[in-house]
Design a protein around this ligand. Structure first.
Ligand code: NAD
Length: 252
């Protein structure tokens, strides 16, 4: 069977499953933002060609040398996050939510693109790299404020207490926010269709969420270019780029 015919059959199946569901929850990863120009961790793309991830986004290293993170932010992450726009896959999920059947997006992403596409109920398991706060007094800062402060001070320091600013993301070595995890678990228990989009499903403990949904009786759909460890459990697996698939399944 040609890829095109297979995609068409799978899009029809996906449409049927979306139409039959009453409580859809999406679980998204870096792959949904790849078509917005933000490289994934795994696969080609070179996000880590210049910066060592063990250092750039690890809490242990941030404590030793916060300037390493801030150089990574200055040289790589800031422009990626400022320039990236939501793509067809983000828009399709927002449209599904407006239609009333998609109740929540649980995301491992830190780019805020779901909200910018119009999604309202978004649970960010790993935080958001457009927000910052002071490690000492917890005063919050926007990405624009942090960027401005970075022009004169590396690492940027809080104007209230002099503490170092850090991103409001879960760094390697940190726990996920308990309230967000609990909300995600509630959604996993409540949904009748879990739609995984653009996640390798290898990052623990976030990858437990789709597993829990399936365990609780939901149908499981995985849209991801590469195979994932949960493919064997899924009711439908589509190994294609998410934008075109979701656009056709939701918007056409
Ligand atoms: P991952 O990098 O482990 O896996 C991404 C998956 O997306 C890959 O399996 C790949 O096959 C697939 N993919 C790539 N392009 C795709 C497309 N157009 N359509 C469908 N699938 C596509 O990502 P992960 O599972 O989210 O785990 C990585 C961790 O890195 C997460 O914790 C996430 O927070 C973080 N991260 C976030 C961003 C972001 O916010 N945009 C970017 C990079 C990494």
């Amino acid at each position: 069977m040609s890829d095109l015919v297979e995609d068409t059959i799978q899009i029809v199946q996906l449409k049927q499953m979306l139409n039959a569901a009453n409580y859809i929850v999406a679980f998204t990863g870096a792959g949904i933002s790849a078509e917005s120009g933000i490289p994934t961790f795994r696969g080609v793309g070179g996000l880590w060609s210049k910066y060592d991830p063990e250092k750039a986004v690890s809490i242990d290293y941030f404590r030793i040398d916060p300037t390493y993170y801030w150089k990574f932010f200055r040289d790589v992450r800031h422009d990626l996050m400022i320039n990236a726009q939501p793509n067809a896959a983000h828009s399709a999920l927002a449209e599904l939510e407006r239609g009333g059947r998609l109740r929540a997006v649980i995301t491992q992403n830190i780019d805020g693109l779901h909200q910018r596409a119009g999604s309202k109920t978004v649970f960010e398991l790993h935080g958001n790299t457009r927000r910052f706060y002071c490690v000492r007094c917890r005063k919050p800062f926007t990405i624009e404020q942090a960027w401005e402060m970075l022009q004169t001070k590396l690492p940027p320091e809080c104007d209230k207490c002099g503490g170092v600013l850090r991103p409001d993301v879960v760094l390697f070595g940190e726990y996920l926010p308990e309230d967000v995890v609990q909300a995600a678990q509630r959604e996993a228990a409540a949904c009748d269709l879990m739609l995984v989009v653009g996640s390798s499903l290898v990052v623990y403990p976030a990858n437990n969420i789709p597993y829990q949904a399936k365990y609780n009786g939901a149908k499981l759909v995985i849209i991801n270019i590469d195979p994932t460890p949960l493919d064997g459990l899924a009711d439908l697996v589509i190994n294609s780029a998410a934008g075109e698939i979701l656009k056709q399944a939701v918007m056409e």
